[in-house]
Design a protein around this ligand. Structure first.
Ligand code: FMN
Length: 188
């Protein structure tokens, strides 16, 4: 699979095969890859927590907001929930580039996951307090949660589509529209 194909495959999944465990070494490898990512001044300020414990996952799950555009869906049912989460932590001391660093490591993680056949969803809509209780990191704050699991739904890329809102059809297939190259390129 070349990089374009991997990028096409790397969609946000919100339903998983919950009982199918992701091997610990695969989760650690995703963080290893995140550690290779470029970052401002090579400061490498971000840290990561892996959450796989059943009770801790339930706590994290209870604070997550899923798929804002799907108004009549409140998130995955038991059995379809993430098998694991990675929490990305940044130092409490703010830096202007933190969000950029977080976005880059998150991209590396979801691409690495996808390359291993594992689905993911980056989540900004999560409860910071609950996340701190499950993955305490003194001096750090949770910036992003990434849900992970073997895919439990079909997600289809809709290329060259002017729509931005994803939708789910009557068969439960999740469709993700993406703008055309002509729309994206302003010059050149
Ligand atoms: C920074 C960021 C925050 C996101 N937060 C959430 C979230 O809180 N809940 C959710 O269901 N999806 C979240 N997503 C997933 C986006 O909705 C998803 O990336 C978008 O719909 C496009 O789908 P795709 O990832 O398959 O391209 C987030 C994505 C990013 C990059």
């Amino acid at each position: 699979m070349n990089f374009t194909e991997l990028s096409e495959k790397t969609r946000s999944y919100r339903q998983f095969q919950e009982e199918r465990t992701i091997p610990a070494e695969k989760l650690r490898e995703m963080i290893n890859v995140a550690g290779l990512a470029p970052c401002a001044s090579n400061l490498q300020r971000l840290r990561f927590s892996i959450v796989t414990d059943k009770r801790e996952k339930l706590v994290l799950f209870s604070g997550i907001g899923w798929a804002g555009y799907l108004a009549d869906w409140s998130g995955p049912e038991p059995g379809k929930r993430p098998s694991a989460y990675i929490v990305v932590h940044a130092p409490e001391a703010e830096k202007s580039f933190t969000g950029i660093d977080v976005g880059i490591v998150a991209s590396y993680i979801v691409l690495a996951a996808s390359g291993a056949g594992i689905g993911s969803c980056m989540l900004l809509n999560f409860d910071r307090g609950l996340t701190d209780s499950v993955a305490p990191a003194p001096g750090y704050k949770p910036e992003l949660v990434i849900a992970l699991g073997y895919p439990g739904e079909s997600v289809l890329l809709e290329k060259d589509n002017d729509e931005i809102r994803y939708w789910r059809d009557q068969n439960g297939v999740h469709h993700v529209p993406k703008l055309s190259l002509e729309t994206l390129i302003l010059k050149g």
